[in-house]
Design a protein around this ligand. Structure first.
Ligand SMILES: *Cc1c(COP(=O)(O)O)cnc(C)c1O
Length: 257
C-alpha cells in the first residue's frame, strides 16, 4: 500500500502543478495504455501475428509508485525497471499488488543478489559471470529466473550486448546453470525514423534466434520494440515489447522523481 498523503491545510504553500491530480493521472495512464494496446493489436493484425501473441511490458523506470498503481488499475501487470534500488523501493510500496517485475537495466555484479531475489525476469544478460551469480543467488523457493541474452545489432560500441557471433557460446555456457533458464534474446537498437530501417535489427535478432534455437533451447522470447518502434518489432516477431514513454509520459530526469 502507498503511504496516506498528509491532508493539505490552508497554510500550505501552493504546490507546483508538475503532475496532474491523481484522478487525471489515472485517466491519462488508462488512456495511454488503451492506445498502446491498440497499436500492438493493429500491428499483430497487419503483420499476421496471432492476436495476443505480443506481451506488453510497461517500463516504469524513473516514475513513481502511484503511476504503476494507476497502470495496474487499468489492467497492466508486467513492469520493467532499470535501476535496482529504485525498483526495490517501489516494490516495497506496491507489495500488496500481484505485479511481475522485469529487470531491463544493465546488470552489475554487486546487484545480482537483489536482482535474483526481487525480480521475475532479466532482459539484458551479457556476461557468464552474471549468469552464474544470478543462478547461484536465486532463492530456492523461487523457480528458475528467466533471462534473455542481449544482442547488439547496431554495432555501436557504446551499447550493451553481445555481438551476434558471441551469443552461441554464452547460450552453451548458460544451459546447465541451475537457477536461471534462458528464455530468448533481447535487443535495444539505435533509434531510426523509417519503418524499414527500424525493422532491420529486429529481423536480424529473429534470424539469429532461428539459427540458434534447438528443441532443448527454443528461445521463444524475443524482447524487442519500444515506444518509437514497437510496430517494426511486432512485424519481425517480437513476443514482448518494452514500452515506457507511450504508457507513462516523458520520464523525469534522474533524481527528480
Ligand atoms: C527505457 C527503456 C525502454 C522504454 O523506452 P521508451 O522509449 O520510453 O518506450 C525499453 N527498453 C529498455 C531497455 C529501456 O531502458
Amino acid at each position: 500500500m502507498l503511504p496516506a498523503k498528509t491532508p493539505a491545510t490552508d497554510t500550505d504553500p501552493p504546490t507546483q502543478a508538475a503532475m496532474p491530480p491523481q484522478t487525471d493521472l489515472s485517466r491519462t495512464i488508462a488512456d495511454n495504455l488503451a492506445r498502446v494496446r491498440e497499436r500492438i493489436a493493429d500491428a499483430e493484425a497487419r503483420y499476421g501475428r496471432p492476436p495476443g501473441s505480443v506481451a506488453l511490458l510497461a517500463v516504469s523506470k524513473r516514475h513513481g509508485a502511484e503511476r504503476i498503481q494507476a497502470a495496474h488499475a487499468a489492467g497492466q501487470t508486467l513492469f520493467g525497471e532499470s535501476y535496482v534500488q529504485e525498483a526495490l523501493d517501489k516494490q516495497a510500496a506496491l507489495s500488496a499488488l500481484p505485479l511481475g517485475w522485469h529487470f531491463i537495466g544493465r546488470v552489475q555484479t554487486n546487484k545480482t543478489r537483489d536482482i535474483a531475489a526481487h525480480f521475475d525476469w532479466v532482459h539484458g544478460l551479457c556476461e557468464l559471470k552474471h549468469a552464474r551469480r544470478l543462478g547461484a543467488q536465486r532463492p530456492a523457493t523461487a523457480g528458475p529466473l528467466p533471462v534473455c541474452v542481449q544482442v547488439n545489432l547496431s554495432g555501436e560500441a557504446s551499447k550493451a550486448g553481445l555481438l551476434p557471433e558471441q551469443v552461441s557460446e554464452l547460450l552453451d555456457q548458460c544451459r546447465d546453470i541451475a537457477g536461471i533458464s534462458v528464455a530468448g534474446l533481447m535487443t535495444l537498437p539505435a533509434p531510426a525514423d523509417d519503418l524499414a530501417e527500424q525493422r532491420r535489427p529486429f529481423a536480424a535478432l529473429r534470424a539469429l534466434r532461428d539459427r540458434l534455437a534447438t528443441p532443448a533451447l527454443p528461445l521463444t522470447t524475443l524482447s524487442m520494440g519500444m515506444t518509437a518502434d514497437l510496430e517494426a518489432a511486432v512485424a519481425e516477431g517480437a513476443t514482448m515489447v518494452r514500452v515506457g514513454t507511450a504508457v507513462f509520459g516523458p520520464r523525469p530526469p534522474a533524481g527528480e522523481r
